[in-house]
Design a protein. Structure first.
Length: 332
């Protein structure tokens, strides 16, 4: 509770040993508070937190055996890289010679074996992130907490570090809980994703299931783009019977765009087709997006750019079609 405001409400979550779990949500959803509760920086107003069956709700953060990586890295600026890694080992009473061996091995693992004598200010953002990860792992904690770990990096470096994080998780097998607002990061790294909204869990599932079969309109729109087919102009065709009180949803990459007069596809009997007018086209390197108006709604399509592909301009009439089996249903 923050005054009379409950930042997290009725949060019930079980994390499996060795999994990479990501808590995903927009600003104000409660994801950071959830991580602070797990880390011991915030005390729960009620309920319990258990690790391996043991309650730690009243245990202060410094007495919890955990590794933490912050968005700001939180490296000690007055210590060298090697001394930063040595610090948690020294706090645990490890002898100097053994500490040195651990530091050398860990620096080699994160490809910084020649950087042990440098100061954090002499490192790039990606190198500082590697040091922060190495420091969190070096004392072999049973679990790892990551708070927006890649948020301060540019896109290319962020993608590189996503690969490094996945590699470290496979190698060390640490139970890892990561907080982020970056959907791509969550989809890339996670075994499971918890989507939060308004201090509560909206849906928990694997990345594939969350993206392909979101339960609610919020999850569909937050985890990627979604076409919500609320349209009086045409009746949505689909396989099976939709659940009561749901809306039809279609991912943009499932929608194919073609000239109005183009020949029908070989599987046309399994598809629904409609005619619309292009209102906008966005070229994004590997992808091309169209905004197509169909009556009162705007549909988004997304296709991979290929040579010889027909390009449509605003004002062009096009045919959109999709497999009826690709239609999903979400609650409002």
């Amino acid at each position: 509770m923050y005054g009379s405001i409950a930042a997290v409400k009725d949060l019930s979550l079980r994390v499996r040993r060795g999994e990479f779990l990501t808590i995903l949500g927009p600003s104000g959803s409660g994801k950071t508070t959830a991580l602070m509760l797990l880390a011991g920086f915030v005390a729960p107003s009620k309920g319990d937190i258990r690790i391996a069956g043991k309650s730690v709700a009243s245990v202060p953060s410094y007495r919890r055996d955990q590794g933490i990586v912050f968005q700001s890295y939180a490296l000690f600026p007055h210590l060298t890289v090697g001394a930063n890694l040595e610090f948690p080992l020294e706090m645990r009473g490890m002898k100097a010679a053994e500490r040195t061996n651990h530091v050398v091995r860990m620096l080699k693992r994160v490809h910084l074996e020649d950087f042990g004598h440098r100061m954090p200010s002499q490192l790039s953002g990606g190198q500082q992130q590697r040091v922060a990860l190495a420091r969190a792992l070096i004392a072999d904690p049973p679990f790892l907490l990551l708070d927006e770990p890649l948020g301060a990096l540019d896109r290319n470096l962020r993608e590189e570090m996503q690969g490094e994080l996945k590699s470290l998780h496979r190698e060390f097998g640490k139970t890892t809980i990561c907080v982020t607002h970056d959907q791509e990061e969550a989809l890339t790294l996670s075994d499971r994703i918890v989507v939060m909204r308004g201090g509560q869990i909206e849906q928990t599932d694997t990345p594939e299931s969350l993206y392909d079969r979101p339960a609610t309109r919020f999850v569909a729109n937050f985890l990627g783009e979604a076409n919500i087919l609320e349209c009086p102009e045409f009746k949505v065709e689909h396989d099976g019977t939709p659940p009561s009180g749901t809306l039809a949803m279609l991912r943009p990459e499932r929608v194919c765009v073609a000239a109005r007069t183009a020949p029908k596809r070989a599987d046309a009997d399994q598809r629904q087709s409609i005619i619309g007018t292009v209102e906008g086209m966005i070229y994004a390197g590997a992808l091309r997006k169209y905004h197509v108006r169909v009556g009162s709604i705007m549909l988004i399509t997304r296709e991979h750019v290929a040579s010889g592909q027909q390009i449509f301009q605003p004002g062009d009439e096009v045919r959109l079609d999709w497999l009826r089996s690709d239609v999903r249903f979400v609650t409002a």
